[in-house]
Design a protein around this ligand. Structure first.
Ligand code: PHE
Length: 345
């Protein structure tokens, strides 16, 4: 063998060593391979023999090439040993076939859905039924039948989002759950004891307590001899059932076109227990919704006889209920879907 043949022989040996090393999958096999590649009786013994036959000035070059070859092979073996986890047989122990598989994580209901279901349960316990209506409504159900004819100034209480359907400004995203009152009364004669939960929309700017998408639960009772006392008693019973016996509610005179008289429903502030703080604008109370005695014009719109029947209605915001009960300080937490928040409840 001359110098050239020897160097190309070493190159070939290195490629072979690399592929042998890659095939090994345990520490013992690697030790054995190391001996056969680098040990006394390695495949290189004939190269060592051949050195003797070379011209003396070529010998140092071959010696150097052999040294480099050994260093590279040793490096490859070390790298492989590290990849296998350096101990003997450890790579096999890592795989425990008796472990159960990792299934998909199990989620749970969104806090607003939980609040909605719990409120439904409270009212079902009081003898109510549960009904739902569409989120995309017509002007008739959202305004007209609720005693708000076109251009009625009270419409400005609800900043609306219209849908491109039908006549201009005929179809809209409902601004409250009150249109479901009309749908329920259209579908049955009195008596009515129904709650109507659902999603609502308004052209509102996001702040701590307003969101353009939110949820309400509406209540409607129509029967003979229903008075404002029944409304107040119902609100009181519901406040105790939902927030706990220590909590109180109050009604303050207000205005809604579909109830007369009308009131706002407020509960003691969760953040300060009624003392007055920034969450409740220093009043000690948080407004949760509106209520009142059903206006006779609403009964006329659905063909109920307002001489024989009276009734009350209410509508509360679910996000505000949840904020009140769980101390959530910004309404956007319900819509951001941050799993750290969702997991909490
Ligand atoms: N619909 C009213 C609102 O969204 C609340 C309300 C419901 C008031 C029923 C009175 C009776 O503000």
């Amino acid at each position: 063998m001359n110098l050239e043949e020897l160097t190309s022989r070493l190159e070939g040996e290195l490629a072979r060593a690399r592929s042998e090393i890659d095939k090994i999958s345990d520490g013992d096999g690697l030790d054995e391979l190391e001996r056969s590649l680098l040990g006394k009786r390695s495949a290189l013994s004939d190269v060592h023999q051949a050195i003797k036959d070379l011209a003396p000035e070529d010998r140092p070059a071959v010696g150097k090439a052999i040294g480099a070859f050994k260093e590279q092979v040793a490096g490859l073996i070390e790298a492989r040993r590290a990849a296998l986890g350096d101990g003997r047989g450890e790579a096999v122990d890592l795989l425990d076939l008796t472990l159960p598989g990792r299934g998909p994580g199990r989620g749970h209901l969104h806090l607003i859905t939980q609040v909605q279901q719990e409120l439904e349960d409270v009212f079902v316990g009081l003898g109510y039924e549960v009904a739902e209506g569409p989120e995309v409504e017509t002007d008739f159900y959202n305004f007209e039948a609720l005693n708000m004819p076109a251009s009625h100034p009270a419409r400005s209480m609800w900043d609306t989002l219209y849908v491109k359907l039908g006549r201009p400004e005929e179809v809209l995203l409902r601004t409250h759950t009150s249109p479901v009152q009309i749908r329920v009364m259209e579908s049955q004669p009195p008596p009515v004891y129904t709650v109507m939960p659902g999603r609502c929309y308004r052209r509102d700017t996001l702040d701590a307590r307003h969101s353009p998408v939110f949820h309400q639960i509406e209540g409607l009772v129509v029967d003979r001899g229903i008075t404002f006392g029944d409304l107040a008693g119902t609100i009181d019973a519901f406040t105790r059932a939902y927030f706990g016996p220590g909590h109180t509610a109050r009604l303050r005179p207000s205005y809604f076109p579909f109830t007369e008289p009308s009131a706002e429903f407020e509960v003691t502030c969760f953040a300060c227990d009624g003392v007055g703080c920034s969450v409740c604008s220093k009043t000690g109370w948080i407004e949760l919704g509106g209520c009142g005695m059903v206006d006779p014009n609403v009964f006329a719109a659905v063909g109920y006889d307002s001489e024989r029947y009276t009734g009350f209605a209410f509508g509360f915001g679910l996000e505000r209920m949840a904020m009140q009960r769980y101390g959530v300080e910004h309404i956007k937490a319900f819509f951001e879907n941050d799993v750290r928040f969702l997991r909490h409840f």
